[in-house]
Design a protein around this ligand. Sequence first.
Ligand code: UT7
Length: 325
Amino acid sequence: MEIKIIGTGSFVPEHAVTNDDLAAIVDTSDEWIRTRTGIRERRISEGEGTSRMAAEAAKRALENAGIKAEELDMILLGTSTPDCCFPSGACEVQAEIGAVNAAAYDLSAACSGFIFALNTAYSFLAAGLYRTILVIGADCLSKIVDWSDRSTCVLFGDGAGAAVVRAEEGDGGRFHMLMGSDGQRGPVLACTSRTVGNFRTGTKPQLGYMTMDGQEVFKFAVKKVPEIIEQVTEEAGVSLEDVRWFILHQANYRISESIAKRLKVSMDRIPMNIESYGNTSAATVPVLLDEMNRQGKLKKGDLLVLAGFGGGLTWGATLFTWQMG
Ligand code: UT7
């Protein structure tokens, strides 16, 4: 049994918001944002919700894979900003693309959402339960960002990325994964919207903004991500040198540099696109994967490691052989 990605797609909103645009609304500067994060601009939704963006990315992934929506057995959407409590974003994508044979549901692991969804898809495929699964990472963080808080609003953007994963006969390729969570540290990165409507007291559901202890998240990321990359390569029986690309969650250029340094891996093997999109949460990894696929940078047989971290706290890594091309 061979489990492989057969197509990728992504979508980001048209509307670009530059650092200078943000400096007009909060006390910040292009220089601060660029030097502390590597971000120059981000795409912000002008109405596209998470499901719309996810559906666009999905259509592009299906087209890239050359398959019809009816062939999908499952849709897994990693998101922490669904447009509503229910129906799930995955069900909305299903309706939009006409994937009538798919079971569809969302999975909530914040910025680790795509990696958790990909690993979950792999488990279903490896168990022989399904043949073709659409995995999506999509977030519209602009909906929950406090646009008056300079310590968070400059970091994030909106977007969606998708991959079609299929199980086929064959014995080529590796696939190894790991995931972890630490609920005790949840408050470090949180969105406090609560479904606290109460019949007896008349309390209404509360909306809340994202809050973050940036330095704690930074320290967590630069320690945890190298650890999980070392662990997943060790478990797969390969060395870091065998890995062609490390496709990491795009949270901060300095975080990726620090991970590179700890692993003693050159930044040449850690592609970045944070400059153009900021941190799009669950979408960063699949958007970057899709860009690299479309740019022809991924060659058949390349060993890839995807790794991410985020609210929860959560973290995950996936090591696999690129089989397209
Ligand atoms: O998907 C995971 C999501 N979260 C993350 O990835 C966040 C990880 N953390 C980070 O990326 C960094 O910690 C930040 C970019 C959030 C902050 O960078 P930092 O180098 O850790 O800065 P800091 O928090 O130590 O703040 C330094 C100074 C402070 O001023 P004082 O106290 O030194 O006077 C901040 O108030 O920078 C100030 N500051 C800003 N100044 C201009 C904070 N935000 C801004 C801003 N513009 N946007």
